[in-house]
Structure formats: structure tokens, C-alpha cells
Design a protein around this ligand. Sequence first.
Ligand SMILES: NC(=O)c1ccc[n+]([C@@H]2O[C@H](COP(=O)([O-])OP(=O)(O)OC[C@H]3O[C@@H](n4cnc5c(N)ncnc54)[C@H](O)[C@@H]3O)[C@@H](O)[C@H]2O)c1
Ligand SMILES: [Fe+2]
Length: 410
Amino acid sequence: MNDITAGTLRLPTRIHFGYGSRAQLPEVLRGHGRRVLAIVDPFLTRSPVLAEIRTALRAGGLDVEVHSDIEPELPTASLDTAAEFARTHRPDAILAIGGGSTLDAAKLVGLLVTHGGPLRRYYGENLVPGPTLPVVAMPTTAGTGSEVTPVAVVSDPGHDMKVGISSPHLVPAAAIVDPLLTLGAPRAVTAHAGIDALVHAVESYTAADPDRAWDATLPVFTGRNAFTDVIALRAVELLGAALPVAVGDPDDRQARENVALGSLLAGIAFGATGTHLSHALQYPIGAVTGTPHGLGTGLLLPHVLQVCLTDAGTVPRIAAVGAALGVAPSTVEEQARGAIRAVARLNRAIGVPASLAEIGVTRDQLPRLAELAARATRLVAIAPVPAPPTVLLDILDQAYTGHLAEGNYR
Ligand SMILES: NC(=O)c1ccc[n+]([C@@H]2O[C@H](COP(=O)([O-])OP(=O)(O)OC[C@H]3O[C@@H](n4cnc5c(N)ncnc54)[C@H](O)[C@@H]3O)[C@@H](O)[C@H]2O)c1
Ligand SMILES: [Fe+2]
């Protein structure tokens, strides 16, 4: 395994993790001013946890206005409405409490209020001109890692697929990850958000290690780097063991804690390195099937890793993922193949479908899906193997039937 001698991390200035860490909120927010706009996931509006948080904020001398009109998939029009609401309230900071969609919404409202619309000015990388209204992020899923990452994703009716805005200025000012907030999450939300976190960790650990040009503007996502390896592998270990338990018993506090920590660590890792082919391929698949992001990235990961095995330098990395997933030591090649089987088993255990056919993709759609995925050049470039449309199509062919090259893993 080659050594990495350079690294970049851009993170919130404060990250608190643990049961009860939500008690830090008033103090963290007071550091930014008195007026707070809380952008809250609709599921929370009648929850006692939100009432408790509002009471604590008021007792802490903060003036809080709540906006909870967040539409699934974040259509751009709903963000304009939220930004209008924010301009009226003139907050000093935004508090975001919810799933990844809500956290992303808050990051983009902060952007729109500070730098103005339309949002499409910022699509892509490094187009946000400067700091935005500070966002304090509290996730209720585990998760997207959005509480620590420099990216947010929206649905624009003018585009075939969801589009991303990536900038170091979108990293939240603070993240508070209290696993208590994930305790009530339904089984499917737990499974899809959790497997996406595992994909973040694995794609971060297997990302390319490109040559760095320190004199140029740094890309938002740098590829594999000196800080992230240890963080990504720990995330794999935590998620691999705890995710099936959390999906099987949504009230298991220990499993929820480990999944929440795994998701946070995966976010820290991929927020620096970027993710690659499972993500590039999921965007068009999500658009044609309407299936959740994590369901798609999880389904695709074994097939993406199978292709990554063709790079000799990546085989030991996939073997290390296997070790973190509990695959017994063996030859490096065997442990790497074991990693792929372990991810496939994990998918099965938590109810992620095994094939694209099962989620309604038809075989004749595959070439178009490969073509669309190839347009996600930022993601494709971070893969450890060259991935022209022919390779993307190979991955889709395998994922279509759900058969790995070595045989059906069912
Ligand atoms: N910014 C990033 O770094 C990043 C990374 C990956 C994905 N994403 C984006 O995040 C979104 C997915 O986020 P997600 O997986 O957290 O799902 P989500 O935010 O879309 O939420 C899914 C559903 O679960 C509900 N929910 C959330 N937490 C709950 C809880 N504790 N109890 C009960 N219901 C709850 C929500 O109301 C919603 O109905 C996608 O838009 C994806 O593109 C962003
Ligand atoms: Fe993801």
C-alpha cells in the first residue's frame, strides 16, 4: 500500500458527538449571535425533542424562528421560499435539524441569503464566492455526513439529475451529532442512510491519490489523503457491525450510537476525499427510478469494488475494508474478494435489493445511464481505476442482474 504524504481537511470549528450532546446547542449558537433561524425536518414538528430544544434555546437567551417547509428531494423553488423567509427574519445563524435533505437545505439557504440567487450560479465546484451565514447542523439520520461536508445536493427541474454545489464555504460552522435524534428513524430510512454512510467510507478509502498542485486553487475533493485513511476504516468497522443491528432493532441505543459515529466519521473522510463510482452511477439511477440515494449507492458498491479489483494498488485497500468488516485474514486477494461478499451480505441483511432489475431499471436503459454517469466527471476522476462509459456500462450490466463476476452472491 503506497504511503500518502499530503492532506487537507476542512471541517466545522466544533464537532460534538454523543448521547446528550444536544445540550451544547445554546452555547454553540450564542457564539454566532442572538437571532436563530431553525430549519427543521417536517417529521420533527410535533416531536417532544424539538420542543425541548426550543425551550433550551429560549432559556439560553436566543430568539428562534422555525421554518419546516422542506420538500423531499429539495426542489429549487422550495429553497427560494425558505431563503425569503430567512431574509425577513435576518438571523445571525441557521440551526439545521433533520435528515440530509434538511441539512443541505439549510446550507443552501445560508448561501442564498448571503450571496443571492439564483442557485444555479453555484452548481459545480468552488463557485461560492465567500463565507455564508453560519450553519449549526444536527442530523437526525445517520447518515449523509452533511453536517461536516462541503457539499449540498438539489433537484432543479431544468436538469435530468440532482445537482451538487461544492465549496469549502458550505462546511457548517458546527456539528452536533446526538444519536438520540436517530432513535425513532424508520427501518428503511436507517438502512438507506446507513448503507450510504458505509459507501462514503469505502469510496473515501479507495479514492484515487492524485498528484497535488499546491500552487493552484485546490479542488474541493482532493482524493485520498494523509488524514482520512484511519478515519474511513474506523467508520467501515463501526457501520459494518452496527448497521444490521440498528435496522433489526431500531431502539438499540448502542447500535444507534455506533452507526451515528460511523456516519459522522465517514462524512469527515469523504468530505475531504470525495466519493466515486457508486455515487456517479446512483445519480441517474435515482432520477429514473425515484429510489433513495443510499439504496442505490449500497446496491452498486459490490459491483464498483469488483471493477476496482482490476487496479493492483487498490486490492490491498479493498482487503483492508474486508478486515474492517470482519473478513478472516487470508491472502490479500482472497480478503479483498471477501470484502465484496461482505458488503453484499450486509445489503441483504438490511433489505437493500440485489439488482437494478428489482428496482425497475430496464436493460435498454443501461447505455444511457452509463452516459449520464460519465458526465459526473468530478466523481469519476476520484475512482482508483479509469472509468470510461464502457467500464461504467460493465458495472451496470453486473448490477442489473445482481450477479458478481464470481457468481451470484445471494
Ligand atoms: N451534503 C452531503 O454531504 C450529502 C451526502 C449524501 C447525501 N446527501 C443528500 O441527502 C439526502 C438524503 O438524506 P437522508 O438519507 O438523511 O434522508 P432525508 O433527509 O431525505 O430524509 C428521509 C425521510 O426520513 C425522515 N426522517 C429523517 N430523520 C428521521 C428520524 N429521526 N425519524 C423519523 N423520520 C426521519 C425525513 O422527514 C424524510 O421523510 C439526499 O437528498 C442526498 O442527495 C447529501
Ligand atoms: Fe452518498
